[in-house]
Design a protein around this ligand. Structure first.
Ligand SMILES: [Zn+2]
Length: 179
């Protein structure tokens, strides 16, 4: 069953490119000042996500094939590849977007990619590794050692954890060295 048909109009292309560029620029520049400033590109990414969901028909199709935002429940039945295949045949060359990328098994991800998924949104998984790394830092008492309370130090393990997670996902998705 197709749950959603969310599309991005081509008129937004330039604007979306600008947002992507701005996000990258912000990350590179502000990381030298404070990891806290990562909030800015994060907010821009949120805007991007919002636009993608609210935009009218155009270049991409975000398909509902059993995927959900957040953590999947224990009784989740997995992605419906039958639905994905039908959508892929219907829309032809149009790239498909898979929201709710957190917790989908790797083999399902690679199969989804083979059936037309060209963009996968992973947010919760990044948030979880950030929280875990930050908790580890605090629970180890590092915020009480020297100037360990400095946000640039306190948030650094979380930032590194997200970077490692993104690298892992890029390798799985086959998106390394691709725009
Ligand atoms: Zn989403």
């Amino acid at each position: 069953m197709v749950l959603t048909t969310l599309l991005t109009p081509s008129s937004h292309k330039l604007f979306l490119f600008f947002l992507s560029f701005l996000s990258f620029f912000c990350i590179v520049v502000v990381m030298s000042v404070s990891p806290l400033l990562l909030l800015f590109p994060y907010l821009i990414a949120c805007c991007f996500h919002y636009l993608e969901q609210k935009a009218k028909p155009g270049d991409f199709l975000a398909a509902g094939i059993g995927n959900i935002h957040g953590v999947y429940p224990a009784n989740w039945e997995g992605l419906s590849f039958e639905t994905l295949e039908a959508i892929n045949k219907t829309v032809g060359e149009m790239p498909l977007v898979l929201h709710g990328g957190t917790g989908i098994p790797d083999d399902m991800i690679t199969k989804a990619i083979s059936l037309g998924v060209a963009k996968i949104n992973v947010n919760t998984e990044c948030q979880l590794v950030f929280a875990e790394a930050t908790r580890g830092y605090v629970e180890a008492g590092k915020d009480k050692q020297g100037k360990g309370f400095d946000p640039r130090k306190l948030l650094a393990p979380g930032v590194e954890a997200i970077k490692a997670k993104v690298k892992e996902k890029m390798e799985l998705f086959g998106s390394v060295n691709k725009a």
